[in-house]
Design a protein around this ligand. Structure first.
Ligand SMILES: Nc1ncnc2c1ncn2[C@@H]1O[C@H](COP(=O)(O)OP(=O)(O)O)[C@@H](O)[C@H]1O
Ligand SMILES: N[C@@H](CCC(=O)OP(=O)(O)O)C(=O)O
Length: 264
């Protein structure tokens, strides 16, 4: 079965949605809601995979120092409400309705649950609703901590959702313009790669860890996600979430960030 070329999954990371103190960055939420609403008005189906629950929840609960798993899970439960409140408000300003979908790995493993999930996504999109997806962190943190995790990071979750929904494009928004030939925070002369045809060990060797205390995974998890999506024919782009207008350029087929062309 082919891909829906007008269906786009956009993933946004914690580092884009929060400021350096871990508080919600309202302008980022607003800009993203504005652009995604505009993209939907152009006839595209939009699915948003959003991180941010743990950072926002920790800030709200003043838990900065608390790193235990149960505190993170509690923070996720609190922060998820906050981010959905902001999305509801900002998307509402642009006349859009959103829906929340929280997922775990085992929701994909059982055929019946997987089918139900596909039907829910399809129905929401048919109704013109923008689904906002996150991992169900309060339930699934064991996966986040495990080495064998399939989930545990929203980069991978966004690729799984893109494959499940047969999206034509996956756009991963981060706090950086794309994949560089080394981590630009450590190497100021690093160069942006605008197109990557093959994700092999040499590319993983370029990717370092997270760039801020708030982000997780860094470029490595984005490459893993891109590898999965590309293998299913889905064009994957890493771009800067501080300038979501780039999404207009990307859907026009222009160059912004790093493109990993889908291969089948
Ligand atoms: N080769 C690389 N190219 C670009 N960024 C890199 C690279 N290696 C490591 N990074 C780091 O990855 C960070 C983005 O990942 P992360 O902090 O997990 O953000 P997010 O919250 O958006 O997922 C960048 O800020 C950057 O410092
Ligand atoms: N599910 C977690 C996000 C985990 C994650 O992958 O974060 P990020 O690297 O910022 O995309 C949360 O909502 O806080």
């Amino acid at each position: 079965m082919g891909l829906y070329q007008n269906r786009i999954v956009i993933k946004v990371g914690t580092s884009t949605l929060t400021n350096e103190w871990g508080k919600s960055d309202f302008r980022s939420f607003d800009r993203l809601a504005c652009v995604l609403s505009g993209v939907q008005n152009m006839g595209y189906e939009v699915i948003l995979v959003s991180s941010g629950a743990i950072a926002v929840g920790k800030n709200k609960l003043n838990l900065q120092a608390a790193e235990s798993m149960r505190h993170k899970q509690a923070a996720a439960a609190v922060g998820q409400c906050s981010i959905m409140f902001l999305y509801d408000k900002f998307f509402g300003d642009y006349d859009k309705t959103i829906a929340q979908i929280l997922l775990n790995a085992d929701d994909m493993e059982q055929e019946e649950k997987k089918e139900n999930l596909i039907h829910t996504f399809d129905t929401l999109l048919e109704l013109g609703i923008i689904p906002v997806v996150n991992e169900n962190d309060s339930v699934s943190y064991t996966e986040i901590e495990s080495d064998e995790k399939l989930f545990g990071d929203n980069d991978m979750l966004s690729a799984i959702v893109a494959v499940l929904c047969r999206a034509g494009k996956l756009i991963i928004l981060s706090d950086i313009d794309g994949l560089y030939d080394s981590d630009p925070r450590l190497h100021p002369n690093a160069k942006l790669l605008s197109r990557v045809e093959c994700i092999d060990e040499s590319k993983y060797a370029l990717a370092g860890g997270a760039g801020s205390r708030r982000g997780t995974g860094g470029m490595r998890t984005k490459l893993k996600a891109a590898e999965l999506a590309v293998s299913q024919g889905i064009d994957t782009i890493i771009a800067n979430g501080r300038h979501p207008d780039a999404i207009y350029e990307i859907i026009r087929g222009g160059v912004s960030g790093t493109l990993f062309p889908g291969k089948l």
